[in-house]
Write a new protein. Structure first.
Length: 165
């Protein structure tokens, strides 16, 4: 019976009906395959910017527990002088308070999402002391995050000092 009704519809209407049903099936299939966090990039971008700001606060306070949780096991920094600093060495510098940032502000942040990977770029103003020597820097940074077990971890950080004009 249904087949007979379908045969009475013009070829153009058949094509339009099939196209609509196919498009709806593809749309709902894709929505079911994408995790909830990935459906709202605005929320994910805000989460990553919040993490950036919390990371700045953790470095100022020397919050080792936060750093250990945020940094992936393979975390590595390429510092503005070109040196490479491994995860444990970076945590130790903040734990010992050899590095004492007084001020860290991140600005002009942009977030690019690639599924389970995110790249955050921006500008950072840093003021503080390292081994008692004061310093003040304006930097550009690139951070790469990976989403693991439901939360973002920082995999690598690269910074370059901006030239003074």
């Amino acid at each position: 019976m249904l087949y007979n009704l379908f045969n009475k519809v013009s070829s153009m209407n058949k094509f339009a009906a099939l196209t609509k049903h196919f498009a709806a099936a593809v749309f709902w299939g894709c929505m079911m395959a994408v995790p909830g966090w990935a459906q709202s990039p605005g929320g994910t971008e805000k989460e990553l910017i919040r993490l950036q700001n919390e990371w700045a606060t953790a470095r100022i306070k020397g919050d080792v527990a936060f750093l250990e949780n945020l940094y992936a096991k393979e975390f590595r920094i390429t510092a503005m002088n070109g040196s490479v600093v491994e995860r444990d060495a970076d945590i130790a510098v903040f734990a010992s308070r050899e590095m004492k940032p007084e001020l860290i502000t991140d600005e002009d942040m942009k977030v690019s999402l690639y599924g389970e990977v995110a790249v955050v770029t921006g500008r950072e103003n840093l003021k503080g002391t390292y081994k008692g020597i004061p310093g003040e820097f304006a930097l550009r940074f690139t951070n790469v995050f990976v989403r693991r077990d439901g939360h973002w971890q920082l995999v690598t950080h690269h910074s370059t000092e901006m030239r003074k004009k």
